[in-house]
Design a protein around this ligand. Structure first.
Ligand code: F6P
Ligand code: MG
Length: 450
C-alpha cells in the first residue's frame, strides 16, 4: 500500500505543480498540433484533422479547468487510469485538470494524447516529439563528442587491468572516475535537450575539470555515492559470477548519450556484464526515450562522424563509441526492455501490484536499478509533500520493505516540488531559496540497498 502522505496538487497556488499545469501544458499541446499539421500528407490529412480537433478539445478542458474524463482506451492500462480516477474523485470530492494530484493528471495528459494518435491506424506509432528530439541532439552532438574523447582516455587503464587489480592499485582514483561518470549521467538530466545545445566549449571543459567536480558535488543535496560505491565494489564480479545493472531511462538526446557512456563505463570497467535499458512504450513527457530513439542516436552519431568538418579526434571517439554500442547490442551486453508500467500514473512502489513481472525480473536478475530523472523521482517518492529531512528509504515505501525489493539508485536533478534525504542544516540553509527544488541547479544521488 501507498504511504500515508499528501501529494503535490495542481490546485495549490505557490507550488511548482500549479505553475506547471497552468503554464506548460497548453504550449505542449499546441506544439503537438503544429507538428501533426506540418507532417500530415494528403493520404492521412483527414485523420490528422481529427487528431488536431481532439488536441484542441483537450486544450479547452485544461484552459477552462474542466473535470477530467475517463480514458477511451480499452486496454488494461486504460482501466487502471480510470479506476484511479474514480478513487481520486471520491477522495478529493472533485477532480479537474488543474485541480487534482499533479502526478496523476500530468501522466493522464500524455496518455490521452497518445490515444488521439492510437485511434488512427496511419498515426498509431507516430511520435509527435521526434522532430524536436532529433533537432536538439543534432545541435549537441559536437559537444557530446568532446566529452567522449576525454571519456575514452580515462577508460584506458581498464584495457590492461581488471577492475579489482585497478581498484586495489589505486582505490581513490578509481572511485573518482566512478563518480565522474555517474555525475555525467546525472547532470545529463539537468542539462537536457533544451539547455545543452547552447553550452560552450568552456562550459564543457569546466564539466570535466576537477574544480567543477567539487562544485557539482556541492549541489547534490542527498549524496549516497560512498555507500553506493562500497556496495558495488563489494559485489564486484568474482569467480565468473554474472552482474547486471538496469537503467530506467529518462530523456532522449544528450541525457541518453550520457547514459550510454555510463553503460560503456560499467561494462568496460568490468563492474558488470550487462546493462539493460528501459525506455518508454509511448511518446511521454516530450523528451523521454522511446526504443526508436536509441537506434536513432547511434545512426545520428554515425552520420555526424562521417561528416568531415568535425575534428579527427572527435570522429575517432564517435566511431569507437558507435562500434562499441553496436557490438554490445549484438552480444546482448546491452539490452532494451519495454514495459507499459512506466507509462502508467502509478508511483514505482506499486510495481509489486501493477508490474509484478517487472518487479520479479528486477528481484531475480538486477544488482542495481538506476532511475533517471525528475519524473522517476516523483514516482519513487509518491510525489509526496514529505519533510525535507525524511529519509529516501521512508519516502519510497514498499520499495524499501517488500520481500521482493531490489537495490535502487535515483540520479535526478531537482525539477519539481518533492525532495527528501536532506540533513537538518542543509534543509534550513535551502529553505531560504524556495526555487531550489525545481530550478534544476540541485540534484540527488539517492541510494537504497536492499
Ligand atoms: O512537466 C513538469 C515535469 O513533470 C517536471 O517534473 C520535470 O520538470 C519534467 O516534467 C520532467 O523532467 P524529467 O525529464 O527529468 O523527468
Ligand atoms: Mg523526461
Amino acid at each position: 500500500t501507498d504511504p500515508e502522505i499528501a501529494v503535490s496538487h495542481t490546485g495549490e497556488p505557490d507550488t511548482f505543480a500549479y505553475t506547471t499545469a497552468l503554464k506548460r501544458w497548453v504550449p505542449i499541446i499546441n506544439s503537438i498540433a503544429t507538428d501533426v499539421q506540418s507532417s500530415a500528407t494528403a493520404k492521412d490529412s483527414e485523420s490528422a484533422s481529427k487528431i488536431v480537433e481532439s488536441l484542441n478539445r483537450l486544450k479547452e478542458c485544461v484552459v477552462n479547468n474542466a473535470p477530467v474524463e475517463p480514458l477511451q482506451e480499452s486496454t488494461e492500462i486504460g482501466s487502471q487510469y480510470n479506476e484511479e480516477m474514480e478513487q481520486l474523485r471520491v477522495k478529493y470530492g472533485t477532480l479537474e485538470w488543474r485541480n487534482g494530484p499533479w502526478l496523476f493528471t500530468e501522466c493522464l495528459l500524455y496518455r490521452k494524447i497518445h490515444f488521439f494518435f492510437a485511434e488512427h491506424a496511419e498515426w498509431k506509432d507516430y511520435d509527435p516529439f521526434r522532430a524536436t528530439k532529433r533537432r536538439a541532439f543534432e545541435s549537441s552532438i559536437e559537444n557530446a563528442l568532446k566529452l567522449t574523447d576525454g571519456f575514452f582516455l580515462s577508460l584506458k587503464p581498464f584495457e590492461s587491468q581488471s577492475f579489482e587489480d585497478l581498484h586495489n592499485a589505486d582505490p581513490e582514483k578509481n572511485k573518482e572516475l566512478f563518480i565522474e561518470v555517474m555525475l555525467l549521467s546525472l547532470w545529463g538530466n539537468g542539462s537536457d535537450l533544451s539547455l545543452m545545445p547552447n553550452a560552450t566549449d568552456e562550459d564543457l571543459q569546466r564539466v570535466q575539470a576537477k574544480r567543477s567536480l567539487e562544485a557539482s558535488l556541492k549541489r547534490i543535496v542527498d549524496n549516497d555515492f560512498d555507500e553506493l560505491y562500497a556496495s558495488l565494489r563489494l559485489s564486484a564480479p568474482k569467480n565468473g559470477q554474472y552482474k547486471q545493472i538496469d537503467i530506467v531511462l529518462d530523456n532522449s538526446g544528450f541525457e541518453l548519450y550520457s547514459d550510454m557512456l555510463l553503460a560503456v563505463y560499467l561494462i568496460e570497467s568490468k563492474l558488470v556484464d550487462q546493462v539493460t535499458l528501459h525506455p518508454k512504450d509511448i511518446p511521454w513527457f516530450v523528451s523521454d526515450t522511446l526504443p526508436a530513439d536509441i537506434v536513432e542516436l547511434i545512426d545520428m552519431l554515425d552520420i555526424a562522424v562521417a561528416n568531415s568538418s568535425l575534428d579527427v579526434k572527435l570522429c575517432e571517439a564517435g566511431k569507437r563509441l558507435s562500434a562499441l554500442l553496436k557490438s554490445y547490442l549484438k552480444d546482448d551486453k546491452l539490452k532494451i526492455k519495454k514495459h507499459s508500467f512506466w507509462t502508467t500514473a502509478h508511483p514505482i512502489g506499486r510495481i509489486f501490484q501493477y508490474g509484478q513481472d517487472l518487479a520479479n525480473y528486477f528481484y531475480d536478475t538486477s544488482d542495481l536499478v538506476i532511475f533517471k530523472g525528475d519524473l522517476n523521482y516523483r514516482k519513487l517518492t509518491y510525489d509526496g509533500k514529505w519533510a525535507r529531512t525524511v529519509t529516501f528509504k521512508e519516502a519510497i515505501g514498499p520499495l524499501a520493505t517488500d520481500d521482493k525489493r531490489f537495490p535502487i539508485l535515483s540520479l535526478r536533478t531537482c525539477k519539481a516540488d518533492v525532495c527528501v534525504g536532506l540533513s537538518e542544516d542543509r534543509a534550513l540553509e535551502l529553505s531560504k531559496e524556495p526555487e531550489w527544488t525545481y530550478d534544476g541547479s540541485y540534484a540527488v544521488v539517492s541510494f537504497n540497498a536492499v
